[in-house]
Structure formats: C-alpha cells, structure tokens
Design a protein around this ligand. Sequence first.
Ligand SMILES: NC(=O)c1ccc[n+]([C@@H]2O[C@H](COP(=O)([O-])OP(=O)(O)OC[C@H]3O[C@@H](n4cnc5c(N)ncnc54)[C@H](OP(=O)(O)O)[C@@H]3O)[C@@H](O)[C@H]2O)c1
Length: 423
Amino acid sequence: MDAGKGFKIKEVSERIEVPVSTIRYWQKEFAEFIRPQRTSGGQRRYSAADIGMFERIKEMVYGRKLSIGECRDILKFGATGRVPLEWRDKTVLVTGGTGSFGRHFCRYLLERHHPRVIRVFSRGELKQHEMRQEFGDRDDLRFFIGDVRDGDRLRRAMEGVDFVVHAAALKQVPACEYNPFEAVKTNIHGAQNVIDAAIDTGVKKVVALSTDKAVNPVNLYGATKLCSDKLFTQGNAYSGKKGTRFACVRYGNVIGSRGSVIPVFLKQRESGRLTVTDPRMTRFWITLDQAVELVIRAFHYMEGGEIFVPRIPSMRIMDLARAIGPDCEIEITGIRPGEKLHEALTGEDEGRNTVEYRGMYVIMPSHSWWKRDNYSDARKMPEDFVYTSDSNDQWLSVEELREIVFGGAAQGPPTAARAAFSA
Ligand SMILES: NC(=O)c1ccc[n+]([C@@H]2O[C@H](COP(=O)([O-])OP(=O)(O)OC[C@H]3O[C@@H](n4cnc5c(N)ncnc54)[C@H](OP(=O)(O)O)[C@@H]3O)[C@@H](O)[C@H]2O)c1
C-alpha cells in the first residue's frame, strides 16, 4: 500500500475489520460523506478521512445498532432531533408479512432492533410454513392466518399490538384488471378494516405501503392504492381519543425483485441480445433494505397523515443495459400499454403540501388540524414540485450500476443481496 495514493478497498476492509461487500454497500449508502479518488483505471482509493468515516459508521451500525437512515441523519444533522425509537418493548403486526417486503422487514427488524414480538398476518399457510422454516422456531416471531377482508380476525390479531405495518395487497396489475372487485375488496376494504381494527384495539401507529402506481393512476391497481392512501391519511380523523396514528410510505419498483428488469437482462445477456421497450425510459432505484429503512423512519418521524417518499437515485434504462450487457445488441420493442416512460412518486396536486426533510420528501395531509412538531426545520417545496425519475438530481452511472449488480452491493450485506436477487 502507498498511503500517498490512498488505500484499496481490501486494505480498508482489513483495517476496520468489515467485509469488502459491506464497505461497498456503505460506500453507496453514504456516498455524500465518503469521496474516494479514482485511479486512471477507475479503481477507488480511500483516504485516511474516508477510513475514519467508515469507522464512525461501523460504530453506529454495529455498536449502537442504528439504522442506515439514522446514521445518515446523525452525520448530516448532528443528531436525529428525536430520541431514537425503541423497538425492544414493541409488539409489531405485519399484514402481508410473508411477501417480499414483509419477509425482509421481519428479518431486518429482528436482527437489528429486537422487537418484543412480530406477528405475521397473511392468508397462505404454505408461505407461513416456509417462512417459519427459513427463520427457525423462535419466540419473537408468530404467525396468524387471516385475511384483511375479515375485520374480526384483524381485531383479534391486533390485540396488544403497538405498531402495524400494512403490506398486504393484491398488486399484480393484470390480475387486478381481470378481477376488479377482488382488488377493491383487498386493497380498499382491507385498508378500511386495518384502520378500524387498529383504532378499536388501541394500536399506536400504522404505516401502510403505497406505490408509484397510485400517482396519476392508469390502472385499477393504482386506483385502489390511491384510495387506500387517502383512507390512511384521512383515517386519522377517526382515531379520536384513542390516538392511533396512520401514515403511508411510497416507493416504486424494487430493484432485483421478481418481474423487475435486472433478472430479465441477466438472463437475456446469455443470448447476446437485450430488449428495451423505450430507450428514453428512466426509473428510480430502490433496494429492499431502503424500503424497510423508509418504513422504520416513517414510524420514527410520523405525526399522522403523511406520505413519506425516499430521495433515491434514478437510472437510465440504457445505462443499465450497458452495465449488464456491454457487448450485447439492444433491440427496441416499443412501449407497452400502461407502461410509463418515467416513474412519479409525487403528483402535481401534492407539490404544495410537500416538504423536504432528512433525505425524504414528506407529503403532508391537506387538512392541517393535527400537529406537525417534527417538521419545524423542513424545507417547503415549490407549489409545482413533482418528484419524477427523469427530473431527479441524483443519477447512477453505468459504472455504479455495474458495481451494484455484479459487486454484491445491491442490498447491503451479501446475504441480503442474495435474498433480494433471488426473490
Ligand atoms: N414489490 C414492489 O415492487 C412494490 C413497489 C411499491 C409498493 N409495493 C407495495 O408493497 C406491499 C408489499 O408488496 P410485496 O412486494 O411484498 O408483495 P407480495 O410479495 O405479493 O406479498 C403480498 C403479501 O400480502 C399477503 N396478502 C395478499 N392478500 C392478502 C389478504 N387479502 N389478506 C392478508 N394477506 C394478504 C400475501 O400472502 P398470502 O397470499 O398468503 O395472503 C403476501 O404475504 C404492497 O402493498 C405493494 O402494493 C410493492
């Protein structure tokens, strides 16, 4: 090692005793605080200051068990401004806990925040059986068979629960179009049942998962999720003295998940030909870890009625194609019905209620009769503000995309990365 030229990633890994894959992950998550030089060959070289920053991050993540979002807040703002949320004494119920998000959320929360118990609530016994096998028999994870269409069952499952994450949904666009009444029953009536049961049983906070498809919806799935969002933001009006609070988080396609473009490109590149529907297309880039972090931060900051949107980078679909198959021929197949050129996470009529706050955009409820003490230092966005993947100020380069896809830094530590890419 020549310290004058900086340290290689392997040397950093040895010095601070953290795996290379984790260093890569932290590099990406804390890019604004760690700025390595590049050699002429494009290799990163870290300075002593960068190593100091990695050590601080290690102490916060491993020592104090803080989430990545909390660490970022501390590095950026000096402190989170609030006492960190204590999960150890919390009972948490996750509707749709056996889904891609739910499983990852449970794993993340159990490993890092040690809640008293998590109750998984979903319909399918097979998925619950598989999850029980995957997680092992443990006292802090319980399984409830139930349907969000059944309010009585939800009430029973929520007895003694502090926090609810509502992730259960019918979410396949074609299935919702073909079975519209079913989509309404699960996504809209189910949302109402969750709100009613949470208030009746004295749950403290509920965070529901929204989607980019709820912004200017063009299909029934999006329309049902928009209605669900409205129920959760306005559901605060019903909670009265019980004090139950409801908020939403909103994000787009999770990279690497089933049906996303990465597994498709990885398969196609074996044939030397990648298909792209439209070369102008852009997308936000969010990982399962970031989605889980967003929910955890929403519980931390919410007053009730907000929609939390993460500030995340965008990518151009052509850059991703170049990153995965640099030597492949690219065939343009034409945009599909219902497909959008760019993703939007806030709508035109939401700009006037949006603030930028601690690495997120927060859409405030348009009725302002509940308190918003947490947002005193938030930055108000202009009235015409919209957050779309093509108007973003953060972009992933071809090189960064290649490193994320092939370098194991997609979801954080390698096990999480594998789980996400095989989901
Ligand atoms: N995946 C994405 O890219 C993405 C992006 C943005 C937002 N979201 C939102 O994130 C949430 C979770 O998505 P996901 O990707 O984890 O979905 P997923 O993998 O399809 O999981 C859905 C979960 O909901 C359960 N479920 C479905 N219908 C139910 C019902 N009627 N009652 C109780 N449980 C029910 C499913 O289990 P059973 O079938 O066994 O009941 C499963 O556990 C959804 O609300 C979705 O709209 C997802």
